[in-house]
Write a protein that binds this ligand. Structure first.
Ligand SMILES: Cc1ncc(COP(=O)(O)O)c(C=O)c1O
Length: 384
């Protein structure tokens, strides 16, 4: 019999005017004037060291060799150092947090297990879990009472005897909510008590005012998902990792996809990024943080709109426009026509997608100002 795991497929609907999702992304990618606020990527990476390291590597011609299958040890160690998880942990290099998430589901989900996630949230995690036969309990968190996040209490209320994983995206894509130390400790206690795993996706960690790692409190139950796409501005290079203790790493290594190693050029760039991070991180964080204020001012001018989580602890936020009667799909489409790429709520929510747009702001200040002006203008036009 064919395993039911093979049956879950994610249907992707292209935006209006495009034949396929691929055609749409090619269109936005190729348009050099497009203001890129739709993928939480970081466009403030004008420090040269990473580029230069990669150019040197290309010149050396060493890219004709396969790199070691689990990653260059130098990079593996730098990631652990970056997280302050030196002793007792291992890291595995992957082609981005996305591959790390996939490997986690592949090795930890058995048919019939359940996983707790949040809505809004990063739906790719749910889709991967379903592909391996999981039942997904997507907890509704779009309200002030829970501070727009999956709280320990909400997690407890939704655990059943099949729950295998609690997925914590911290800070949360799309809202930018994040966890306190006490909350992370409580999740660690829950994991011990209920015999389950924490998937701690820390992709946006470096944008948060403060951040706490579940791996420090529940090392033997936490899988930490790591990405170079956001703070390091390396999304197109597709590089990331997964960090856990050696016993938990074994099942991940058993389902490895890139058996011949992850892109060597990207690893060289990633090594340089971590070695130089102290020089540029403050600048990227500060500009990102200040950009929020420009957006907030514009939102405050448009009656009926608000930012659910402000300030955001990530480099993205949601703007709720529900009370204006304007649909997020229309607003997104009109902004795109004006060369501003943001995402409609349905990209990160099955239940609240008709309420908000999501936009990221690790981009130059001038571009954020263009968004702000167009947001005010288009909201006036669309609601009339
Ligand atoms: C929560 C979260 N995890 C993982 C990823 C994927 O990151 P990567 O580019 O490293 O695959 C994203 C990308 O937007 C994300 O928002």
């Amino acid at each position: 019999m064919i395993s039911p795991k093979k049956y879950h497929k994610t249907v992707k609907i292209p935006p209006n005017g495009f034949k396929s999702i691929n055609e749409f992304f090619n269109h936005v990618f190729k348009d050099k004037e497009m203001i890129w606020m739709g993928q939480n990527t970081n466009h403030l990476n004008d420090h040269n060291e990473i580029k230069e390291a990669m150019i040197e590597f290309i010149k050396s011609n060493e890219y004709c060799k396969y790199p070691p299958p689990e990653g260059f040890p130098e990079l593996q160690e730098l990631i652990l150092k970056d997280l302050g998880l030196k002793n007792g942990f291992e890291s595995l290099i992957t082609a981005g947090g996305t591959e790390s998430l996939y490997l986690t589901m592949h090795s930890y989900i058995e048919l019939g297990d359940s996983i707790i996630t949040s809505d809004p949230g990063y739906l790719i995690i749910e889709n991967f879990a379903r592909r391996f036969g999981a039942k997904v309990t997507s907890v509704h968190i779009y309200n002030k009472e829970c501070s727009y996040k999956l709280t320990p209490k909400l997690a407890r209320d939704n655990i059943d005897n099949k729950t295998k994983i609690i997925s914590l995206i911290d800070p949360l894509n799309p809202l930018g909510s994040s966890y306190t130390k006490d909350e992370i400790k409580e999740f660690a206690e829950i994991a011990e008590e209920k015999d389950l795993y924490l998937l701690h996706d820390v992709t946006y960690r470096d944008f948060a005012k403060k951040h706490y790692l579940a791996a420090k409190y529940a090392p033997e139950r936490t899988l930490t998902i790591y990405s170079f796409s956001k703070i390091c501005g390396m999304a197109g290079l597709r590089i990331g990792g997964i960090i856990t203790v050696p016993e938990m790493m074994e099942p991940l290594k058993a389902v490895i996809i890139n058996d011949l190693g992850t892109n060597a050029l990207s690893q060289i760039g990633a090594i340089k990024a971590l070695k130089t991070k102290k020089k540029w991180i403050k600048r990227v964080r500060e500009r990102t943080y200040k950009n929020q204020k420009i957006i907030k001012k514009a939102v405050d001018e448009v009656e009926g709109t608000f930012i659910p989580v402000y300030p955001s602890n990530a480099n993205m936020m949601a703007i709720d426009i529900y009370d204006t009667g304007v649909s997020p799909d229309d607003l997104t489409e009109y902004l795109l026509k004006r060369k501003i790429f943001v995402r409609q709520g349905s990209y990160t929510s099955r239940f609240y997608g008709n309420r908000y747009i999501r936009l990221s702001f690790s981009i130059p200040k001038e571009q954020v100002k263009i968004f702000a002006e167009n947001f005010i203008d288009l909201m006036g036009f669309l609601r009339s």
